[in-house]
Design a protein around this ligand. Structure first.
Ligand SMILES: Cc1cc2nc3c(=O)[nH]c(=O)nc-3n(C[C@H](O)[C@H](O)[C@H](O)COP(=O)(O)OP(=O)(O)OC[C@H]3O[C@@H](n4cnc5c(N)ncnc54)[C@H](O)[C@@H]3O)c2cc1C
Length: 302
């Protein structure tokens, strides 16, 4: 229902203009501009966190729009560098935003430009993973990016049946791999449907990544999985800093601080940009408690 509302112009206008909903947006989205993103990054880094910045914008429909996204990433990378933050902040990129659905070669060329801009200021890029029809294409482009920029991060989704095998292929020296549950509605033919099966797959994949030679990045807010990762990391003799936890901006802040305080590397995924609406709706759809928080704000009680 919420995802359907995401496409409704009346609701969009209500959300965008209600003064109190701004607080809710600000909880999950760092702001509209690169400067807003850098301000949020500075504050998180001061609190001992690392950051990956996501310039919001999907489903690019022409080459000019894709080129604008590249410029947006180049701009934010330059601003991060000017602020002296690139040791602790990288960027996350969706290939669909840089033209994957139009032409894979165009997406590769655009992604190379972003990787180049990141490398020039001493930081990295991680390729977000989108729906399963793009997985092969995204892993193919990743492999080509890694020829020139081996530090480019991959993302795998535990809900896909193929992912344990992908983890085996990706757990190589220097390979940065983010493991998440997966955020898209996927068919039974390719994805586990039962949340318990997704969790079991997450743990199997985590074991493969921890046993391998790469750098695993565990993206989850799930307290049970965080406990299991902590245990498994010790079992595989991984010290803090040889893997990291990742959580979304505005989600489980106390847990982010607790992990960082315990000496773990924590990276916060920070979205920003004018196209914040679809992202916000996905966060609300994911968790009823977020929706209650949002409803209270719209009603003026928070
Ligand atoms: C850093 C990061 C990067 C991501 N990148 C991608 C990507 O590239 N591709 C992709 O498909 N998906 C991505 N995701 C989304 C991911 O796939 C999941 O959809 C999302 O993280 C929800 O799964 P979860 O593991 O947090 O657990 P869930 O199954 O959503 O939640 C499990 C438990 O976690 C706790 N919890 C969850 N949310 C909250 C909250 N808001 N407040 C308090 N407790 C909470 C609750 O106890 C809940 O029961 C990313 C997620 C993160 C954190």
């Amino acid at each position: 229902m919420i995802l359907a509302a995401a496409g409704n112009d009346t609701i969009r206008n209500l959300v965008a203009t209600a003064p109190l909903s701004r607080n809710v947006v600000a909880r999950f989205v760092a702001g509209r501009s690169a400067t807003d993103a850098v301000i949020a990054t500075r504050s998180l880094v001061r609190d001992g966190m690392n950051v990956t910045l996501d310039h919001l914008g999907e489903d690019t429909t022409d080459a000019a729009q894709a080129a604008d996204i590249v410029v947006a990433y180049q701009t934010v990378l330059a601003e991060l560098a000017a602020a002296g933050l690139t040791e602790h902040a990288e960027v996350s990129v969706k290939l669909s935003a840089v033209g994957q659905k139009l032409d894979e070669e165009l997406a590769l060329a655009n992604a190379l430009r972003i990787c180049d801009a990141a490398a020039q200021v001493g930081t990295t890029v991680t390729l977000d993973m989108e729906d399963h029809t793009t997985t092969d294409s995204t892993l193919g482009i990743l492999a080509r990016l890694r020829r020139e920029y081996p530090q480019t991060g991959a993302v795998v989704q535990a809900y896909l049946r193929r992912t344990e095998s992908d983890c085996r292929d990706l757990a190589t020296v220097g390979s940065r791999v983010r493991l998440c549950k997966g955020a898209y509605a996927e068919p039974e033919s390719v994805a586990y449907q039962d949340p318990a099966d997704v969790d079991r797959s997450y743990v199997r994949c985590a074991n493969v990544l921890l046993a391998g030679e790469g750098y695993p990045m565990f993206a989850t807010h799930d307290p049970r999985l965080v406990r299991i990762i902590d245990d498994r990391a010790r079992w595989h003799d991984r010290k803090a800093g040889q893997y990291e936890y990742q959580m979304l901006f505005g989600v489980r802040l106390a847990e982010q601080r607790r992990l960082a305080g315990a000496g773990e590397t924590v990276r916060v995924y920070v979205p920003y940009g004018v196209q914040w609406y679809g992202y916000l709706m996905r966060r609300l759809a994911e968790r009823p408690a977020n929706l209650a928080f949002f409803a209270r704000a719209l009603a003026g009680r928070k």
